[in-house]
Write a protein that binds this ligand. Structure first.
Ligand SMILES: [Zn+2]
Ligand SMILES: [Zn+2]
Length: 427
């Protein structure tokens, strides 16, 4: 019923037969250009060592102060978790929870689960909860935002130098190291670990109806590929009410994500509506000896521009204004063209989709800067800065557009192309 030697392109759905590759080789889809799989299987010792290193650095980054502010000899320091707690106490619970999830919970799940799975595979067995944990690694990876946080920390520090003397603390260096280690960790494809786990399971219980498996594929229905682990299985032809589950990892199998386009539209509409208050309402209130000030996202950009940091102004402008608008426009274009069955530039539209997936998380940058600013300034009693309702709306826009891009099934782009081809064949 299922085949390990087949691989379905994640972005366009074409089936390929796996073949052995040279260690540095990558197999790419000839139709849409996305990477199918890599040559060398990950070396478990290396994966385990780097993941363990990342966990140690993660703990230092989270529990040691990031920065110390020196205001006329009076010093204060702050951790990320401390800053999140300040947001929570200010009735910004939804923003505080989002920041906690993206910067603490999801990276912790990814690293913890990956270490557990690789250590077990290294010891030569498939551990309990193997499939569930690898699925968790994949999900957590989509939502972890350590690299965005790192840039947010740097921007906050530069902002603070105008208020006080800023002294870097161990947490700052640990976040830098964590960002570097995580770029190595995300280059491990969990699907390769799935194959290794399969190899071990097959060794433990040999020869169970193996030759039969390959026959089932030759039926009239094209096979289904699992979104989570990539296993290709024959379509059992179950009707609408019944669901077929992946024999390996247990995920529900779909030919295409159900109601992909209408769900994408609903999430996009929500994001577009919230985008208005996100830009009009203040994201920060400042009360100081010099008076009271409200900051919107765009006034934050203007502040950096006027205070002689045009590069920072440009980064925040791109991350907070350009990226969300471009993402809304790109997803609207993808949804419209797929809905109409357009055959216009499918390869370029697939690249656009990959780009949207890649840049989505960077819009959280301003939220991280706000969190750290609110936390640091509160501890230093220079002024009282509180987060405003604009931050909540903005956070919702980012989450909704990320969900919208995850709901969109890129294979829909290619369905019109396939449809035309099969029509030509039949004629
Ligand atoms: Zn493809
Ligand atoms: Zn699966």
């Amino acid at each position: 019923m299922q085949r390990n030697d087949l691989i379905s392109c994640h972005d366009c759905g074409v089936l390929y037969r796996r073949r052995p590759l040279a260690p540095r080789e990558k197999a790419r889809c000839v139709r849409c250009g996305s990477v199918l799989y890599r040559g060398a299987p990950p070396r478990l010792n290396r994966v385990a060592a780097i993941t363990l290193g990342a966990i140690i650095v993660f703990l230092i980054a989270q529990f040691f102060p990031i920065v110390e502010l020196d205001v006329n000899g009076y010093t204060v320091s702050a951790t990320l978790l401390g800053a999140i707690r300040v947001l929570w106490q200010e009735q910004m619970q939804a923003v505080a929870v989002s920041v906690l999830l993206f910067t603490f919970v999801f990276p912790a799940i990814e690293l913890g689960a990956l270490l557990y799975v690789t250590l077990a595979l290294r010891a030569g067995y498939q551990p309990p909860g193997f499939h569930r944990l690898l699925r968790a690694v994949r999900k957590a990876r989509q939502w972890g935002m350590t690299e965005v946080l790192m840039i947010g920390i740097l921007i906050t520090l530069i902002k603070m130098t105008s208020l006080a003397k800023v002294v870097a603390q161990p947490g700052l260096f640990a976040f830098g190291a964590l960002t570097l280690l995580l770029t190595v960790v995300v280059s491990f494809d969990p699907r390769a670990l799935w194959l290794m786990g399969d190899g071990l399971a097959a060794r433990d219980k040999p020869q169970q109806d193996r030759p039969m498996r390959y026959k089932a594929l030759e039926g009239a229905r094209p096979p289904l590929a699992c979104h989570a682990c990539g296993l290709v299985a024959a379509d059992s032809g179950k009707g609408h009410g019944q669901r077929q589950h992946c024999a390996r990892c247990g995920s529900t199998l779909h030919r295409r994500l159900p109601d992909s386009i209408s769900r994408t539209w609903a999430l996009l509409l929500g994001a577009a509506i919230l985008y208005i208050p996100a830009n009009l309402l203040p994201v920060m209130y400042t009360h100081s000896l010099f008076g009271k000030e409200d900051d919107t996202i765009i006034s934050g950009v203007v502040y950096f521009w006027n205070s002689g940091s045009p590069a920072l102004a440009a980064i925040i402008f791109i991350a907070s204004i350009v990226v969300p608008v471009a993402k809304l426009a790109a997803l609207a274009l993808l949804a419209t063209t797929s809905q109409r069955g357009s055959r216009w530039r499918p390869r370029q539209r697939t690249v656009l989709y990959r780009l949207v997936e890649f840049v989505g998380r960077w819009s959280m940058l301003d939220i991280f800067v706000i969190t750290l600013t609110v936390g640091l300034v509160r501890f230093s009693s220079l002024a009282v800065i509180t987060a405003g309702p604009g931050a909540l709306a903005f956070c919702a826009v980012v989450v909704l557009t990320m969900l919208a891009s995850m709901q969109f099934d890129p294979r829909l782009i290619w369905d019109a192309v396939d449809h035309k081809k099969s029509g030509e064949k039949n004629a």
